[in-house]
Design a binder for this molecule. Structure first.
Ligand code: GDP
Ligand code: IMO
Ligand code: MG
Length: 425
């Protein structure tokens, strides 16, 4: 059984937790896009683990973890993260692999990311994570990127020097500090030997595993509404976090994918700038933020919070072909006397969008159309059986499924591993 797991909203839906849960029955976990802009949390007992580049399956002994060709990987972030994983007492020797085709995020990509964000006018800022993701993907598509395999070339450090000099022209034009080419060459010299043990042809590796009947789990980062093609462009990330990205980002055919799981938070959050039709301001938003602990796992920024948006979820169902949903954070709504579901966006002339419009200006002139349902006003975090949930909670989930399609597969009622209910899968 090969499974693609994707975020269905604007990220932070709880993908890390669900991947950790599904790793039990997988042999290999693969990250296929994004980079250290991701922050995936796994809570085991009272310990919290946050992963940025390393797949969230790493905590499971013996499971193999792959950074696929579609990822942009900052070698310094990776080394830091591997040290941290080691400090958790997790051994990964021989079961962690990095694609030689993955692109590297270099120090100048980070510098350009921050400099570009700084010169963007108010209203045009994206609110990036500052991890160099956009410039690294721009280099890849522009065909001047550095791939992981390039570290094996004898002139790798000469290329580093050349690229720093090139990047310095862009940084100067942006009014930002230049980087010292000698310092960069010094910095990248030890990277070569540090990375070497993990670098491999992951396409060949994955196909060998598939041929041997092993089960592969594809771990999406970011989410559908942050997708460069399907999201709220330009307020998006620079990759394809949707299901198709699992294939282009790993070298595995769509014909090898058996099921797609979409992760949905039972309300909505967004971090960074950009449209968010159901955003709640003031006390209502603050309540969700507080109860949901909605602060970025990568940047610590407070997440914007709002009601569940069925337009977004239905769109994500279509774009990804979601078979099963993993719905998370039901417990966060436990104290809401009323819960709301957005079913459309109403334009001033009365027209109601049932699908997510591409035109953000048109969207900004819309009002969300809500259905209200009574809340359940009791604790759900101790529940271990779906049938035992309060009737109003089940009715809320059933109505959402009716609006968006797909089946419920997993329900999460708390941050810890144990608070995960297997429902339909
Ligand atoms: P990801 O980026 O999709 O992996 O999600 P994050 O890890 O960035 O954010 C999800 C946050 O919600 C983390 O702090 C998780 O520990 C937490 N979480 C996940 N599922 C649940 C849940 O069902 N209930 C509660 N209260 N917290 C959850
Ligand atoms: P996970 O995998 C939430 C957002 C940033 C910004 C936009 C572009 O934890 O769900 P980037 O640095 O990628 O160029 O920023 O995308 N963003 C995320 N938001 N969760 C994430 O990852 C995100 N990764 C990027 O806040 O709005
Ligand atoms: Mg996250």
């Amino acid at each position: 059984m090969n499974t693609v797991l994707v975020g269905a909203q604007w990220g932070d839906e709880g993908k890390g937790k669900v991947i950790d849960f599904l790793t039990e029955e997988a042999d290999v976990v693969v990250r296929f896009q994004g980079g250290s802009n991701a922050g995936h949390t796994v809570v085991v007992g009272d310990r919290k683990y946050v992963l940025h580049l390393v797949p969230s399956g790493i905590l499971h002994e013996g499971k193999h973890c792959v950074i696929g060709n579609g990822v942009v990987m900052d070698p310094f972030d990776l080394m830091k993260e591997l040290d941290q994983v080691k400090s958790w007492g997790v051994e990964f020797k021989g079961r962690f692999h990095v694609s030689e085709r993955a692109h590297m995020v270099m120090q100048w990509h980070r510098a350009i990311d921050k400099a570009e964000e700084a010169v963007r006018a108010e209203g045009a800022k994206i609110g990036t994570t500052g991890r160099g993701i956009g410039p690294a993907y721009a280099a890849k598509v522009g065909r001047y990127g550095l791939r992981v395999g390039d570290i094996l070339k004898s002139d790798f450090l000469d290329i580093v020097r050349m690229q720093v000099e090139e990047a310095n022209r862009a940084l100067a034009a942006l009014g930002a500090h230049k980087l010292d080419p000698d310092e960069m060459v010094r910095l990248y010299t030890p990277v070569v030997s540090a990375l070497m043990p993990y670098v491999t042809d992951t396409i060949q590796y994955l196909h060998e595993e598939l041929d041997a009947g092993k089960s592969v789990l594809f771990e999406g980062a970011q989410a559908t509404m942050l997708d460069i093609d399907f999201g709220t462009y330009p307020f998006v990330t620079s990759s394809n976090p949707t299901a198709g990205g699992a294939c282009t980002g790993s070298g595995v055919s769509p014909r090898a994918v058996d099921r797609v799981i979409g992760v949905l938070k039972l309300y909505t959050t967004r971090v960074g700038e950009g449209p968010f039709p159901t955003e709640l301001f003031g006390e209502d938003g603050e309540k969700l933020r507080k109860r949901g602990g909605e602060y970025g796992a990568t940047t610590g920024r407070p997440r914007r919070c709002g009601w569940f948006d069925a337009v977004v979820a239905r769109y994500a169902q279509r774009v990804n072909g979601v078979d099963y949903w993993a719905m998370t954070k039901l417990d966060v709504l436990d104290e809401c006397p009323v819960v709301k579901i957005c079913t459309g966006y109403r334009r001033r002339d009365g027209f109601v969008y049932q699908t997510f419009p591409a035109d953000l200006k048109a969207l900004s002139e819309c009002e969300p159309v809500y259905e209200e349902m009574p809340g359940w006003m009791c604790e759900t975090s101790h529940m271990t059986n779906y049938d035992a949930l309060p009737e109003n909670a089940k009715a809320y989930i059933a109505r959402i499924l009716e609006l968006i399609g797909g089946k419920l597969g997993v329900l999460s009622v708390g941050p810890a591993r144990e608070t995960t209910l297997r429902v339909g899968i």
